[in-house]
Design a protein around this ligand. Structure first.
Ligand code: ZN
Ligand code: ZN
Length: 197
């Protein structure tokens, strides 16, 4: 069982410079320059950043890149998370929506939210998108997974009640294991007879 937790994608990004140490060869030395909104000329510094000493071996490491890093904030602990798929149970509202794999249109849930849940196999469950097994592919009014409740109230649940299709169950498949989502909890489902293939 995995209990979901809410994360929020920050509008600000972190500008991060990386250096590479030839001697350690596997060590990338990174440094956060700051966070904010950046213009293109800020990304590549006008002066080559001074070399940096490798913390592993003390050798000079050479500058290789500057990049912008998105980060999420975990609401309950305020912890900053960088690669969100590393955190099964993370759940966020994608303001940009998700692309319908059939119609190619941007899609939201019927409540105009678009919830994403990170599964135990580090993939994203796009609850408001269309299942690959959808049996009503020309229909945009139904949802393959019917989402009720809310992550904030601990009641987020996925069912097959309401305007839905027949080609998919209320479970989500991750690496051969089915999971249900009831009241913010992902639970492994061993008996999934009502799974329609
Ligand atoms: Zn080194
Ligand atoms: Zn469907």
């Amino acid at each position: 069982m995995i209990t979901l937790f809410k994360v929020v994608l920050n509008d600000l990004k972190i500008l991060r410079y990386s250096w590479y140490c030839d001697k350690c060869s596997e060590t990338t030395v990174t440094s956060d320059v700051g966070r904010g909104e950046y213009k293109a000329e800020d990304i590549w510094p006008t002066h080559t950043p001074t070399s940096k000493l490798c913390p592993e071996c003390g050798n000079w490491a050479s500058f290789i890149s500057a990049h912008l890093v998105s980060f999420w904030t975990r609401e309950d602990t305020q912890e900053e998370l960088y690669k969100i798929t590393d955190y099964p149970g993370a759940c966020y509202h994608d303001k940009a929506g998700v692309r319908d794999p059939v119609t190619k249109e941007i899609r939201f849930g019927l409540d105009q939210q678009c919830l994403i849940v990170i599964l135990p196999n580090n993939t994203k469950w796009l609850i408001d998108s269309r299942s690959s097994a959808c049996s009503r592919r020309g229909d945009d009014r139904h949802r393959c997974w019917v989402r009720t409740g809310s992550i904030e109230e601990g009641t987020l649940t996925v069912t097959k009640s309401g305007n839905t299709c027949g080609g998919v169950s209320n479970y989500i498949l991750a690496d051969g294991v089915f999971y249900s989502l009831i009241n913010n909890t992902l639970t492994e489902v061993n008996n999934h007879d009502d799974q329609v293939s």
